[in-house]
Ligand binder design. Structure first.
Ligand code: GDP
Ligand code: ZN
Length: 350
């Protein structure tokens, strides 16, 4: 028997369930997505569930259940079920589907905190951290930066300096699985019933950290290699585990490229501190590239805003613009333009 409140079930989810036509049936949480079925944690144990045809109809791929989703199911046989409904998503981490400009992919849903994991070895990248942070903030998930492998040699001053603009906004932990005392503060940061998603490239030590947080081996990792900090991780499937002191930990497979799926590229200005300067730009609709009187460009020139941070802002903004002006959006806009011009014609005729 499982107590689903340990897996994050709460009053507001209960309220969401009341709005479903299947509210009298059982609910559970998706813990893994397989090729042909879903693993669902339910009160009576782990079930393998499939989707009803109705749920598949007219849905985009990213709307199908992902890890962390709460679903309503009808059990059959001993350990099987049919998923009849998906509770509305909240705080979902998306990314751009690789190989597309505007496709979306759901990584994990009903998430409270995202641990952005980076190794303090050759993997360390401020630009990648920004990328994850921006996407996490888009869904009002709390980002936390975890710098792993702190037992390896690294330049602390340089790391601190390059992360200044990030650490002003979010908590940072330095960890090493060789020193449990570096992992304890991270564990204390996780409250019972909270869902934590771990994101980061493959090999940064996500599984090792999850094992250390659970004080047992829940994920298989390859042998530790002290010299390079490199190793091979055997699991590629997303997984969800329960920490003893509460807290639901969700591992995600490392992706080569984490593309942004932002609906609101303007929010980037806030995150990159561009917004602070933008208030003083001469033009309200300044794009902060080459307009006269642009306070952002001025801030870069005078060294108040770092050139690299500004470049990164421009790059992510461009990528997000591409995303948010996807085909679908364009069609929608075309439609409303058509309506507006129809109305304009009518007004002219009057
Ligand atoms: P994942 O792909 O992000 O899940 O990474 P893993 O947890 O599988 O770790 C990748 C490699 O890094 C393995 O060889 C680990 O032993 C090693 N590793 C993980 N954490 C640490 C750490 O704190 N210090 C050192 N030196 N190596 C680590
Ligand atoms: Zn400007």
């Amino acid at each position: 028997m499982n107590n689903l409140s340990l897996y994050g079930w709460n009053d507001s989810l209960f309220q969401l369930k009341q709005a479903s036509q299947y509210k009298h049936l059982f609910h559970g949480r998706v813990s893994a997505v397989n090729k042909t079925n879903y693993e669902v944690i339910t009160e009576s144990g782990l079930l393998l569930c499939e989707l009803t045809g109705n749920l598949l109809y007219g849905k985009s791929l990213f709307e199908l259940p992902c890890v962390g989703d709460w679903i309503i199911f009808q059990p059959f046989d001993d350990n099987k079920g049919i998923i009849l409904d998906i509770l509305p998503r909240k705080h979902t981490l998306y990314r751009r589907k690789s190989g597309t400009i505007s496709g979306r992919q759901a990584i994990a849903s009903h998430i409270d905190k995202a641990f952005i994991v980076q190794g303090l070895d050759a993997n360390f990248s401020v630009r990648r951290t920004e990328r994850f942070m921006v996407q996490v903030l888009e869904e009002n998930i709390q980002p936390i930066l975890i710098l792993t492998k702190s037992d390896l040699e690294f330049d602390r001053l340089q790391v601190d300096e390059s992360l200044k603009h990030i650490t002003r906004q979010i908590p940072v932990f330095f960890t090493s699985i060789l020193s449990p005392e570096t992992v304890h503060p991270v564990r204390e940061f996780i409250r019972p019933g909270e869902s934590i998603v771990f994101v980061g490239s493959s090999g940064v030590g996500k599984s090792s950290l999850i094992n250390a947080l659970c004080e047992r081996t829940v994920f298989v990792t390859s042998e530790i290699s002290k010299s390079s900090g490199k190793g091979r991780h055997t699991s590629t499937r997303r997984e969800m585990v329960l920490m003893d002191d509460g807290g639901i930990l969700i591992d995600t497979p490392g992706v080569r490229e984490f593309g942004l799926a932002l609906d609101n590229p303007e929010s980037l200005a806030e995150i990159f501190e561009v917004a602070d300067f933008a208030e003083s730009c001469r033009f309200k609709d300044c794009t902060h590239v080459n307009e006269p009187g642009c306070a952002v460009v001025e801030a870069v020139n005078s060294g108040l805003l770092e050139q690299e941070v500004y470049n990164s802002y421009l790059k992510l903004r461009k990528e997000s613009w591409y995303f948010s002006t996807s085909e679908q959006e364009k069609r929608k806009r075309d439609k409303s333009f058509a309506r507006i011009s129809e109305e304009a014609k009518k007004i002219k005729k009057r």
